[in-house]
Design a protein around this ligand. Structure first.
Ligand code: FES
Length: 149
């Protein structure tokens, strides 16, 4: 029975060790802010933080993340950087359909926590794993730059 640390809370979950973290978050724990897009690590909709790094939860067996610090979009309001990024998303009216945006925000926060003032190339690299079918990329870049000021 894996024991997980998610957003500072400990959860014991009665699931197979090879179940992807995404399903545990959404279906077992009811944390639906993290989205299912492709299920094969191609779109970034399921991005969460593992010890501060952006990872794809759809391909992460839950047995492999015990003892690590997992953070989801639900926790972003608890940090100054998370709140700044979310505010920038609103100010720049980034969201269109919105489906991919929790993953986008998780990648942006991970990027900015490691590279507080990223240039265009670093933003492109840091966000390259997150697809948006509405093509909000220009507004995403603007929002990230506004936090980086
Ligand atoms: Fe995980 Fe697409 S749902 S990368």
């Amino acid at each position: 029975m894996p024991t997980l640390t998610i957003n500072g809370d400990t959860h014991q979950v009665d699931v197979p060790e090879d179940m992807p973290l995404l399903w545990v978050l959404r279906d077992v724990l009811g944390m639906t802010g993290t989205k299912y897009g492709c299920g094969i690590a191609q779109c970034g909709a399921c991005t969460v933080h593992l010890d501060g790094n952006a990872v794809r939860s759809c391909v992460l067996p839950v047995g492999g993340v015990e003892g690590k610090r997992i953070e989801t979009i639900e926790a972003m309001e608890n940090s100054e950087l998370g709140r700044s990024v979310q505010s920038a998303w609103l100010e720049h009216e980034v969201v269109q359909c919105g489906y991919c945006q929790s993953g986008q925000i998780m990648s942006a926060v991970a990027l900015l926590s490691k590279t507080p003032q990223p240039d265009d190339k670093e933003i492109d690299l840091g966000m390259s794993g997150n697809l948006c079918r509405c093509c909000t990329y220009t507004r995403i870049r603007g929002a990230i730059k506004s936090v980086a000021k």
